[in-house]
Every structure is written in structure tokens, then in C-alpha cells.
Ligand binder design. Structure first.
Ligand code: HEM
Length: 505
């Protein structure tokens, strides 16, 4: 009843809920996107909901994205929002367990390792890993002669998760980690991963086995990295490494000191976690949609044939520069990330009272909302990316919208541009990276992703290697709906894809 009494007019409207502490946890947790759209209709683009005792103010639409992603880090803090989840997994002194300025330096170090030179070396390695997986994995042996004309099947998320960790470890993580991943360390990585769930975000320390396993796994993996680093220090110059450990070992903070071994180890764990689920979810969704739209599958295949099929029928490895010039592949990934951004909610903790711009939402013509210190804020590009007010056929997976400058989405978008001072360039390859963009699968602003180019490289090479060898289709039932119960939005299971080895002419 208290909720029906007039509240402080400067506070954003609170979403009605029956159970005080629990609040809207069930609605939000079950389907945050529907929850956000429903609330926007009732309360406008800025509203507060109660989530297990926390007050969370959501700001939607491109203006809301801009307000939160472009906000000062002294007002909206990522470290305060995430550290209790990430520090037990990544470890001390990195990412959200250090002052924000140090994170910015660490991101620069990592960017340095994500160089074009290294990317050039990675394409062949990824191709090799994916082909090897398809050849040797019992559930995916497409080269067995009797597979021609027969349809096999694989589980999208499980298969992509395995391929992603193999390709990431072979490239970024380095050969020592790659050699451990499928052997004695597989279960340990799994335990660490088990610490990265919504439950662990809400309750960082419960006396449950998964928490103990997380801590033991962190210790073991951290020690593994430190031993790799020490071994490399003691045996320098054996061969040139293109991985991130090698790159981080050569970096120095502005203060003049090199990174300590445990800092390198913990950055490596952070990168593993940041790239693993995001990329494997994206490749799962991409392959599911390609299997659903066989015309797009064939367009992708034709693109590969045109550029990389040799006269004798074999395939040549793509050059890194060539990957960036594959319009069908690029649109498939771009469109997959529009409909299925792996992160549906971006969170920050409010460190100082924050005034909401009137143009975004206000209680009255001369009033302004204030989000009090101690609240959390949330932005969701997952909403603006499928908002029917911004995109035509917003819910439809249609890669062609990106490659056709006169296409429906481009026109829908132009209206937005014109209304908003033409801040956003729309069209193939031109989506703004600004905080005000409605398309932000990699975030925006200070905490924007630095793994985007690596992810595109990894995803393009993976999809190309699969599509060169097999045709895909879906069983009855189409693309499965999203499961929002994990940190990263995955397809609900079963998410089965059928495949058949291609016949070469
Ligand atoms: C940050 C998405 C792959 C490393 C982010 C953020 C998003 C995102 C939305 C912003 C988070 C926030 O503002 O709170 C994605 C997607 C990926 C991907 C969709 C793949 C499809 C990767 C990979 C790496 C990586 C492969 C590492 C190689 C990072 C790092 C940050 C970040 C270091 C910065 C965190 C910060 O500054 O607070 N990513 N990511 N990501 N991502 Fe990614």
C-alpha cells in the first residue's frame, strides 16, 4: 500500500511489486527484455525497480544509454557494481579490484597485445582448431565417409563453448594453456566458470559447494599462469610468441613498474572469462539463425567459394585483412549481436546523486529526477537494439538490413538520426560507437569492450570453417527462445542444429 502513496517527486517512479525485499526479481530474472518494455510503457524510459533489496534505476532508449554509458565514472561506478562477482573469479589487483585509472591502463596493455600482427597469426590457428574439432570430436565427425548424405546433429551452445575455449586458448592464451585445457584442467576451468552466475552476483559469499570450488579453481588456475610466466622468464627467447602473456610481460604502468606475475595471471583469467561466454553465445545464435535461414547459409558459402576456394577444390586460409571485407559474414555477425547481445543489462553503482536530463524523462516540465547515491543504475542496449520504434521488423533476424544502404532499417534509422541531430551513422560498417547509439553490443564509453576485433576474427573464422564443410538446417520448432537465467543470454536447450557434409563438385 505504501507504494500507492505519493512519493518524493524527484525520485523516478517505482515499479509496483507485492513482496517488499524480493521486489521485481522474478519478472526481471525471467525475461528482462519483456520486463523493460512493459515498464517503459507504464512508467516511461526511466524507472526504479526493487531487486532483492537493491534499488535499481533503469534508463532506456538511446538517451538512456547515453546517460549511463556516457556518465562520469566518479558518479556511475562499474567496479562498485561488479567487484564482488568478478574479484573471486579474476583475482586481486586487476579490472574491478583496483582504481579505475589502473583498469584503463590494463585495457591499454591488452589492446597492445590485440595487434594486427598477432591477428594475422591467429586466423590459421583458429581454422586449424575448428577443423580439428570437426574431424575428431565424436559428436561432430563430418569427415567420416559415410556421413555424406546423412544428417548429423549437435547441440549449439555446448559445441560452441568447446570450440571457443580451444580457439581462444590456442591464440590469446598461448600454447601452454591450450595444452592444459582439454586435459587435467577442463574440470577446474568449469569450476571457475561456475562462480560466474547471477546467484554469485547477488550473494557473493554463500556457504555452498560452488563457492568453495570457485575459490579453489581460482587458486589453481592463477598458479598455472604464474608458473607459465616464470618458466618463460627463466627460458627467454625460445621462440616468438603471439599470445597475450608475452605481450603483458613486456608492459609497464605509467608509474614505471612492470606488471607483477599475479597481475598478469589475473588479467589473463579476466580475458578468458570476458571472451568465452560472449563469443560462444554469439556463435551459437549465429549458427542457429544460419541453419534457420538456409538462403543466408548459402550466401555465406558462396562468399567463401568466391574468395577462398582454389582451382583444385581445396580451401585456402583467409588473410586477416580479407576477413574484414566479407559483407555477408559481417552482416550475419552484426545482426546476430543486434538481436542477441550477450549482455542484456549493463550495471553501475551510483556514487553521487545523479540528475536525469529532462530530455530523457522528468516528473514535470520544470522538475528533474534525481537518482540517489547508493542506488544501482542499469542500461540495456538489448532493448534499443530491438525497439520497433527504431528498427523496421525489429524482431526479425535479417542480416541484409546491414548491407543495403537503402534498406528498411536504414530508412527507419534515418528518422532517428534526423530527429537527434544526425549523431548516428547508420549503414554497413558505419554504426556509431558513441554512447548515444542504440546499437551497443560491445558497450560504449569508458568501459567499452576491447575484444570486439578479436571476437569478429574468431567468429568469422569459426563460421567460415564450419560453413565451408557442412550445410546446416534446424529441426522442427525453429530457433529456440533465449534463456535469461545465466549471466550471458544463451538459447534455451535443446538448441539442436542438423548438419550434413557438403559434396564438392
Ligand atoms: C567490456 C561485450 C568479447 C574483453 C565489454 C562490455 C560489453 C562487452 C557489453 C561492456 C561492459 C560494461 O560496460 O559494463 C562483448 C561481446 C563480445 C565480447 C558481445 C563478443 C561477442 C570480448 C573478448 C574480450 C573482451 C573476446 C577479450 C579478449 C573485454 C574487456 C572489457 C569488455 C577487457 C572492459 C571492461 C571494463 O572496462 O569495465 N564487453 N565482449 N570482450 N570486454 Fe567484451
Amino acid at each position: 500500500l505504501l507504494q500507492l502513496l505519493p512519493q518524493d517527486r524527484s525520485l523516478p517512479p517505482v515499479v509496483f511489486h507485492y513482496i517488499p525485499w524480493f521486489g521485481s526479481a522474478a519478472h526481471y530474472g525471467d525475461n528482462p527484455i519483456k520486463f523493460f518494455f512493459d515498464c517503459r510503457e507504464k512508467y516511461g524510459p526511466v524507472f526504479t525497480f526493487v531487486l532483492l533489496g537493491r534499488r535499481v534505476t533503469v534508463a532506456l532508449d538511446p538517451a538512456g544509454n547515453n546517460f549511463i554509458m556516457g556518465g562520469k565514472h566518479t558518479v556511475f561506478s562499474a567496479e562498485d557494481a561488479y567487484t564482488h562477482l568478478t574479484t573471486p573469479v579474476f583475482g586481486k589487483d586487476v579490472v574491478y579490484d583496483c582504481p579505475n585509472e589502473l583498469l584503463m591502463e590494463q585495457k591499454k596493455f591488452v589492446k597492445f597485445g590485440l595487434s594486427t600482427d598477432n591477428f594475422r597469426a591467429y586466423v590459421g590457428m583458429i581454422e586449424d582448431e575448428v577443423s580439428g574439432f570437426m574431424k575428431n570430436e565424436p559428436s561432430f565427425r563430418v569427415f567420416q565417409a559415410n556421413d555424406i548424405n546423412e544428417w548429423g546433429s549437435f547441440e549449439a551452445a555446448k559445441t560452441m563453448s568447446e570450440i571457443t575455449i580451444l580457439t581462444a586458448s590456442r591464440t590469446l592464451q598461448g600454447k601452454e594453456v591450450r595444452s592444459k585445457i582439454t586435459k587435467e584442467y577442463a574440470a577446474v576451468f568449469n569450476d571457475l566458470d561456475g562462480g560466474f552466475t547471477p546467484l554469485h552476483w547477488m550473494f557473493p559469499n554463500l556457504p555452498l559447494p560452488s563457492y568453495r570450488k570457485r575459490d579453489a579453481a581460482h587458486k589453481k588456475i592463477s598458479e598455472l599462469y604464474v608458473s607459465i610466466i616464470r618458466n618463460r622468464r627463466e627460458n627467454p627467447g625460445q621462440e616468438e610468441e603471439h599470445d597475450m602473456i608475452a605481450s603483458l610481460m613486456g608492459q609497464k604502468y605509467r608509474a614505471g613498474r612492470a606488471l607483477k606475475d599475479h597481475e598478469i595471471a589475473h588479467i589473463m583469467i579476466a580475458l578468458l572469462m570476458a571472451g568465452q561466454h560472449t563469443s560462444s553465445a554469439t556463435s551459437s545464435w549465429a549458427l542457429l539463425h544460419i541453419a534457420d535461414r538456409t538462403d543466408i547459409g548459402e550466401a555465406l558459402y558462396e562468399e567463401q567459394v568466391k574468395h577462398f576456394r582454389q582451382p583444385d577444390g581445396s580451401w585456402r586460409t583467409m588473410e586477416y585483412e580479407e576477413i574484414k571485407d566479407l559483407p555477408v559474414m559481417d552482416s550475419v555477425i552484426r545482426e546476430t549481436l543486434r538481436i542477441h547481445p550477450p549482455l542484456h543489462s549493463i550495471m553501475r553503482a551510483v556514487r553521487e546523486d545523479a540528475v536525469v536530463p529532462q530530455t530523457l524523462a522528468s516528473p514535470s516540465e520544470d522538475g528533474q529526477y534525481v537518482i540517489p547515491k547508493g542506488y544501482m543504475v542499469m542500461s540495456s542496449a538489448a532493448v534499443s537494439q530491438i525497439d520497433p520504434m527504431l528498427w523496421k521488423n525489429a524482431q526479425q533476424w535479417d542480416p541484409l538490413r546491414w548491407s543495403d544502404p537503402e534498406g528498411v532499417a536504414a530508412q527507419a534509422y534515418k528518422a532517428y538520426n534526423d530527429a537527434d541531430g544526425a549523431k548516428v551513422d547508420f549503414g554497413f560498417g558505419l554504426v556509431s560507437k558513441g554512447t548515444e547509439s542504440p546499437y551497443q553490443p560491445f558497450g560504449a564509453g569508458r568501459h567499452r569492450c576491447i575484444g570486439e576485433q578479436f571476437a569478429y576474427l574468431q567468429l568469422s573464422t569459426l563460421i567460415a570453417t564450419v560453413i565451408r564443410q557442412v550445410e546446416l538446417k534446424l529441426p522442427e520448432g525453429g530457433v529456440p527462445p533465449p534463456n535469461y537465467h545465466t549471466m550471458i543470454t544463451l538459447p534455451k536447450t535443446p538448441a539442436t542444429i542438423l548438419y550434413r557434409r557438403r559434396k564438392f563438385d
